[in-house]
Design a protein around this ligand. Structure first.
Ligand code: ZN
Ligand code: ZN
Length: 468
C-alpha cells in the first residue's frame, strides 16, 4: 500500500502564489484548492489503498475524462482516417486551428509551412508551450481496424503510396486537444500563457526547424517551458516513460561518392576501382566509434546504402555510400563527421583516386530533456497516475526534432505514453513481439492512451504553471 501519495503536498496543482494572483483569481484558486482538499481527505478516509490515483490528479480531471474521452476517441478515429504526409498536412492543420479557435485561442496558421500556433493568455505567470506533430507516413495500413486508413496519394516520384498514421501523431493531436481543452475549461486552476504548437513534417526532421525559422519564438510569446508526448508501441497505456538529460540523438546523414576510373573488369591495372575503395572505407569507418570516440560517449556510424556498378565485367566510374551518423553531444558529432571526412579522403588517396564528394546534411539535433523540468513534472505525474506507472526510460539513438526547441534555449521535456493494452502485448510476446512504430500493423488502444496522455499533460502543465 502506498499512502505517500495521499499527502496534500503531493497534489501538484494545489500550490498558491498570492503574489501573482488577483484577489478574484486568488479566491477562485482557494475554492478550487479547498474542493480538492476536501475530496482528497474524504477519499483518503474511505480507503487508503484505493485512494492513490483519485486524490492526487486534479479532482475535476477524472470526471472530465469520463465525459470527454468518447468524443476525443471519435476525434482520434477521424484523424486516423484522414492522414496526410509530411509537408501536406493542410486539412489536419485546418482541423486543429478550428478546434483551437473554438476554445478561444488566438490562432495563427501557416507558421513554417502548415504549422499552427495558438496563444491563450490567462493572467500573469509562466508561458508553457505544448507541442504535437501532425504528419503521417507513406505506409499501407494493415491493422484490419474498421477505422483503418484507406488513403492513397501520389508521392514526389508519381508513384501511388498508402498513407497511415503509423507513428501515432494522430494520437498526439488528440491528447493535445484533450489537455488544452481541459485547461481552457478550468482556467481557475492555473495562471499564465498557454501556447499550442501543431507541428508539420516531423518525420522529415524539418517541421520544428521551419516553425522556428518562421518566428515561433519571436512572433509569439517565448515559452518558459515546452512539453511533448510521443506514443510508445511496446508499453501498456497505463504508463508514462521519461528520460532526463540526453534522450535522443543528433541525427546526421552523410553522402559519399567515391570516384575512380572505370574500365574492363578483366584489366583492373588500367582502372581505379571505386568499389574496392568503398569496401575498404566501409570497414575503416567502423573503427571511428571503436577506436576514436571515448568509450563512454554514445555514437553510431551506419552505412545503410552502397551502390556501384551495373555488370559483372565492368569496373564503374564511381560508387556511392549513404551513412546515418548518431551522437549526443556537439563535440562527438563534430568528431564523427571530421573522422568520416578524413577516412574517405584517405581511402581515395591510398588508391590514387580523385578526392571523393562528401556531403553532410544538417540533421536533427539531440533531444535533451531538461533535468530541472523533469524533476518538477515527474513527481506530479507519479502522484497522478501512480508511482509504479511512471518509468525511467533508456536513452535512445533515435531522432526527434522537438529537440530543436531545447537547442533554441527553451527547457523541454518529452515523455512517452504507452499505447498497447497489456492483453495485446502478451499476445505479441507469444509471436514476434509488438509491431514497432512506423509498422503497418501498429495501432494504439485509443481510450486508455487518451486518458493517460491527457492526465500526464494536464498534471505536468498545472505543475509548471505553479512556478514562482
Ligand atoms: Zn515517426
Ligand atoms: Zn513520431
Amino acid at each position: 500500500m502506498n499512502t505517500r501519495s495521499i499527502s496534500l503536498a503531493a497534489i501538484p496543482s494545489i500550490k498558491i502564489h498570492p503574489h501573482r494572483a488577483t484577489p478574484a483569481r486568488q479566491q477562485r484558486r482557494w475554492l478550487a484548492t479547498a474542493t480538492r482538499t476536501v475530496t482528497a481527505i474524504a477519499l483518503a478516509a474511505v480507503s487508503c489503498s484505493a485512494a492513490r490515483a483519485e486524490v492526487t490528479a486534479p479532482a475535476a480531471l477524472e470526471p472530465w475524462l469520463g465525459k470527454h474521452t468518447p468524443q476525443l476517441t471519435q476525434f482520434y478515429k477521424q484523424l486516423h482516417q484522414a492522414p496526410e504526409l509530411s509537408f501536406a498536412e493542410e486539412q489536419t492543420a485546418a482541423t486543429m486551428a478550428g478546434q483551437l479557435r473554438s476554445l478561444g485561442f488566438d490562432v495563427t496558421e501557416q507558421v513554417g509551412g502548415h504549422g499552427v500556433v495558438g496563444v491563450l493568455h490567462n493572467g500573469d505567470g509562466p508561458t508553457l508551450l505544448l507541442r504535437a506533430d501532425m504528419d503521417a507516413l507513406p505506409v499501407v495500413e494493415q491493422t484490419g481496424l474498421d477505422y483503418a486508413s484507406q488513403v492513397r496519394v501520389r508521392d514526389d516520384r508519381g508513384a501511388t503510396v498508402g498513407v497511415m498514421h503509423a507513428c501515432g501523431h494522430d494520437m498526439h493531436l488528440t491528447m493535445h486537444l484533450g489537455a488544452v481543452r481541459y485547461l481552457v475549461e478550468h482556467k481557475e486552476e492555473w495562471s499564465g500563457t498557454l501556447i499550442a504548437m501543431l507541428q508539420p513534417a516531423e518525420e522529415r526532421g524539418a517541421g520544428a526547424k521551419a516553425m522556428l525559422a518562421d518566428g515561433l519564438f519571436g512572433r509569439f510569446p517565448r515559452p518558459d517551458f515546452a512539453l511533448a508526448l510521443h506514443v510508445a508501441g511496446d508499453k501498456p497505456p497505463t504508463q508514462i516513460w521519461y528520460r532526463a538529460g540526453y534522450a535522443m540523438a543528433n541525427v546526421d546523414s552523410v553522402d559519399i561518392t567515391i570516384h575512380g576510373r572505370g574500365g574492363h573488369g578483366s584489366a583492373p591495372d588500367t582502372t581505379i576501382d571505386p568499389i574496392v575503395i568503398a569496401a575498404r572505407l566501409v570497414l575503416d569507418l567502423q573503427t571511428i566509434v571503436a577506436r576514436e570516440i571515448k568509450p563512454i560517449e554514445p555514437a553510431v556510424v551506419t552505412v545503410g546504402s552502397i551502390h556501384g556498378g551495373a555488370k559483372h565485367n565492368i569496373i564503374p566510374d564511381s560508387c556511392a555510400l549513404q551513412l546515418t551518423v548518431r551522437s549526443y553531444t556537439p563535440a562527438v558529432r563534430e568528431q564523427l563527421i571530421a573522422a568520416i571526412r578524413r577516412k574517405a579522403n584517405a581511402a581515395a588517396e591510398s588508391a590514387a583516386a580523385p578526392a571523393p564528394d562528401i556531403q553532410v546534411s544538417e540533421g536533427t539535433p539531440a533531444l535533451f530533456n531538461d533535468p530541472a523540468v523533469a524533476e518538477r513534472v515527474i513527481p506530479a505525474v507519479r502522484a497522478a497516475i501512480g508511482e509504479e506507472n511512471v518509468v525511467q526510460d533508456e536513452p535512445s539513438m533515435g531522432g526527434e526534432d522537438f529537440g530543436r526547441l531545447g537547442r533554441a534555449g527553451v527547457p523541454i521535456l518529452m515523455m512517452r505514453v504507452g499505447s498497447v493494452s497489456q492483453q495485446r502485448l502478451d499476445e505479441y510476446a507469444q509471436a514476434d513481439g509488438p509491431p514497432s512504430l512506423h509498422s503497418s500493423k501498429y495501432w494504439p488502444d485509443p481510450e486508455p492512451t487518451i486518458r493517460t496522455g491527457v492526465t500526464a499533460t494536464v498534471t505536468a502543465a498545472l505543475e509548471l504553471f505553479g512556478a514562482p
